[in-house]
Write a protein that binds this ligand. Structure first.
Ligand code: FES
Ligand code: FES
Length: 148
């Protein structure tokens, strides 16, 4: 897909306004909350701090690319199982931070999970359920790999 954008347009604005991918949320707009987290070539970035032109020729993954209502990603299933989604505003960003962690490290410790999501603020859960959910899916992935 190719789009023409102004040099000053932020990635989050292209995603939400031009492409209608409103799963990516804007919170602080200045790099503090992580609500706008997306993956750029597999690395979690704050899309409010990235210019759209910086994504040129890169793969951008938003929460819409993770799973669908009919086919949830294992992380999304684990978040539901563990009560890690409350108001849900932080959830798309947290899911993508967790995905980039699990892609690099399929068996993270709770401390490593906490570090990986430390850029994502959540006002509702106190983080325990989120860490439980990521640890839960890490276990499922580990069991699947062991079985194959
Ligand atoms: S909206 Fe981007 S970090 Fe808060
Ligand atoms: S679930 Fe509400 S901010 Fe995280």
């Amino acid at each position: 897909m190719s789009l023409e954008v102004k040099p000053t347009t932020r990635l989050i604005d292209v995603l939400r306004d031009d492409l209608g991918l409103t799963g990516t949320k804007e919170g602080c707009g200045k790099g503090d909350c992580g609500a706008c987290t997306v993956l750029l070539d597999g690395i979690a970035v704050n899309s409010c701090l990235v210019l759209a032109v910086q994504a040129d020729k890169k793969e951008v993954t938003t929460v819409e690319g993770l799973g669908s209502p009919d086919e949830l990603h294992p992380l999304q299933e684990a978040f539901l199982r563990n009560g890690a989604v409350q108001c849900g505003y932080c959830t798309p960003g947290v899911l993508l931070s967790a995905k980039t962690l699990l892609d690099r490290n399929p068996k993270p410790t709770r401390e490593q999970i906490a570090v990986a999501i430390s850029g994502n603020l959540c006002r509702c859960t106190g983080y325990k359920q989120i860490i439980d959910a990521v640890a839960d899916v890490a276990q499922v992935i580990g069991a699947e790999r062991a079985a194959n």
